[in-house]
Write a protein that binds this ligand. Structure first.
Ligand code: SF4
Ligand code: SF4
Ligand code: SF4
Length: 339
């Protein structure tokens, strides 16, 4: 993570309580008008913007952070679409990357968003909503349950956040650091309240760096293996597999609605979908996403036909990014390549 890294802090105890204390402070100090969170409604968790500290006890903060896919409106879309409010969002690195891409395209104003970014060891395909959700941000899932998109993920720490939180280096200690001046001010206040303590043990910093290195390497290795496997198949078989995937599409638009990036107000693919064949529909979508897909895999989660959209986008995007040395959502200084 870029920014202020020379002032690190630690929190001992329940990380969810740290998140509660942090978000409460953001509301009480007037840093933001609301926290993107969740509430329970008719047995389901739905996205909800919490506007007062009293509401925070009922808010399902960790659940939204871990489950911002799977039926919930995406946190990033909530920030993007609710203009006028200054909001705080708890995000994983792929979501932080989506925010960066949208900021570059002037769809999100970073001055009105306070980002609390978390290191992410990868999400499980069968993520259990009833369990200890914060554990999902601490423990690396086994290969057999790791989401496909997470297996390919090369960015396990948020490239940008006002405050970065990391649970991956220790079962007891949470590392916290500021990425911006306003993040630093907030952490200083939390330190004053005794919620966090200044200073991070060197061995935990090293452990975090090593874990991130291994996680990012796993992503690059998986990509390489997938690419080699793809290239080992004769061209005509590759083509038929690809066409089979495209033709299976029923143009339901679920992947568009779930995607944190897709931002066109009047999406032509949705309004004119009858005029598109399934393959043209998906190819058009993939071309639109070639330089902005952050490979979060939310589209895979919602596709009723089990189409591996993130896989296809990853390998298509990979060709694009290696040609232009552009990886979506990691660098503010590089303008998007297709806009
Ligand atoms: S793609 Fe998966 S591993 Fe990477 S940040 Fe997102 S949820 Fe975490
Ligand atoms: S296209 Fe799919 S993988 Fe890419 S950003 Fe959108 S939802 Fe995520
Ligand atoms: S969710 Fe699946 S079936 Fe629906 S439009 Fe997207 S790729 Fe096609």
């Amino acid at each position: 993570m870029e920014g202020i890294t020379d002032r690190g802090f630690v929190h001992r105890g329940d990380p969810l309580q740290l998140v509660r204390d942090l978000t409460k402070l953001l509301l009480e100090a007037g840093v933001v008008d609301g926290i993107v969170s969740g509430v329970s409604k008719e047995g389901k968790v739905v996205l909800h913007v919490v506007k007062s500290a009293d509401e925070l006890d009922e808010a399902i903060l960790g659940y939204v952070l871990v489950h911002s896919y799977q039926g919930l409106e995406s946190t990033v879309r909530a920030i993007r679409d609710r203009k006028g409010d200054r909001l705080a969002a708890l995000v994983k690195p792929c979501e932080a990357r989506a925010i960066i891409e949208l900021a570059k395209r002037r769809r999100i104003d970073l001055n009105s968003v306070f980002i609390v970014g978390f290191d992410c060891p990868g999400m499980r395909t069968n993520q259990d909503a009833s369990g200890e959700v914060m554990e999902a941000l601490r423990v690396t899932p086994g290969d057999e349950v790791l989401k496909d998109a997470c297996r390919r993920c090369e960015v396990h720490a948020p490239p940008y956040a006002d405050v970065c939180v990391s649970l991956i280096s220790s079962p007891e200690v949470t590392l916290v650091e500021a990425g911006t001046e306003r993040g630093a001010k907030v952490l200083e206040t939390l330190r004053g309240k005794g919620v966090i303590i200044e200073g991070q043990p060197r061995e935990l910093i090293t452990k975090r760096e090593e874990k991130l290195r291994l996680l990012n390497e796993r992503g690059r290795r998986t990509l390489k293996e997938e690419e080699n496997k793809l290239l080992s198949v004769p061209g005509h078989e590759r083509f038929s597999w690809f066409m089979g995937q495209l033709d299976a599409c029923v143009k339901c638009s679920a992947c568009i609605r779930a995607c944190p990036i897709c931002f066109c107000k009047d999406c032509i693919l949705i309004s004119k979908r009858k005029e598109y064949t399934p393959s043209l529909f998906l190819v058009t979508r993939m071309l639109h996403m070639a330089d902005s897909c952050v490979c979060c895999g939310k589209c895979d989660e919602v596709c009723p036909k089990g189409i591996s959209l993130s896989y296809m986008l990853y390998h298509l995007g990979r060709k694009f990014t290696s040609r232009h040395s552009y990886l979506a959502g990691v660098d503010f200084s590089r303008p998007p390549r297709t806009v």
